[in-house]
Design a protein around this ligand. Sequence first.
Ligand SMILES: [Zn+2]
Length: 437
Amino acid sequence: MPYQSGSRLPGERASRIGHLEVVKSDLVKSIIQSFDSPEPPLVESKTEWKVQSFSGNSLPIIFGIDGSMQVNQYEKPPQKAIAFVKTALLRLDQYSISQIDREYPNPFALRDMLSDSALYHATVFPLRHTPIPGMNTYDAIRQIIFESIKEKGGSLDTEVMETLKWLAYEKWAENDKSLQPFECPHCEEVVASLNYNEEKGTCSGCGGSLFLTDMLGFHQEMAPDSAPDTVATAYMNIHETLLLFTAVRYYWETNKKILSNCLFVKDGPLMLRAQYSKLVDPIRRFLFFAQKNNFPVHIIGQEKTGRFMDHLQLIKKDAQERSIFMPDNKYIKEIIKSRPNRGGPYGEKTNYGNKIFVKLDNYHSMVLNIPHYSEEPSYMDTLDADRIFATIPKILSNRYEGALLPIELAHGVASLSTYPSAKILKIFSESKEPPII
Ligand SMILES: [Zn+2]
């Protein structure tokens, strides 16, 4: 281990590759010097930060959405494994947020607030070597996914299933269409489908039984008697998305004016990967439809780890306070993802939000996703984003850099196993129509 730095002298640095005999060329030497240097690389490409107002007409009702997933596995063979998945949705308003101490929140005050305004979901998946009588793991997990999303009689009482149907059949458009054919979990042919509004059916190719949740494609990454951890992670992401849209759907059907005064704050990118992306197009179409009807829906996703977050660390020091930067497709592929700018636009099939770097001040900067309404993102496409930016300073937490209170609090709910949860319709119906500002 090298000597650590003292108060007068810099610390010794260990060269990672200094002991290697390499070609004695100046180019090779400069590569080694550059690699050994602790300085972050210069980002030479133009980062077009744009000054943004973070004040104005903010959104008075805030929802936080988060989830957690944990795999419990025996260390000794046969290494039985089960996964616990929890998700939570939390309703806040600016008054209740203003009552919270941003640095030292009182846990009892938080508990009282959460008991009235949090919805909570939990389920378990038998991933490996955890047999269920009369069923293989593949079919057991398919059925658990269906029953968990339906959750009849629980605090969410079938509302999340209604939301899946609302998205899958695009029920806001009232066009009565059946599902696009998807890969059957039995015969593996892309012939499975369900008639409008159905939750169950049979495959026209093989007669095997189908669940609506099979359209999402969880079975495509499972073997007959085992499932990878990623099935549970994918379920968590899907369930978070469905929770968010359960609140959206509720207000869309009951009071669109309230909907357009809400901010939905989700942990993680606004993205559904690989086969799970089947919900992305319906989500985009709904957001566009709502926008066109003058009821914009305000959603943000916050990325706390990953390539975009790493990149923010490199570029934020050069940005002015109170500014934003929206990288375009070329910048994302070449500079952030380090790959050639070929093929379709980044996230074309999987993302329903643009990436936006935000710097409020030297303490608070973050990577946000905001839904966009066209293929080539630009500032103009994130319509009504000004109201989102006006709300951000009001929901900051001072406990972590760039942290947002709704996510922090929703995470608190999703990490607790025995939290009492309110009935779904109650928490929405308590949202009074906000005053016209
Ligand atoms: Zn089939």
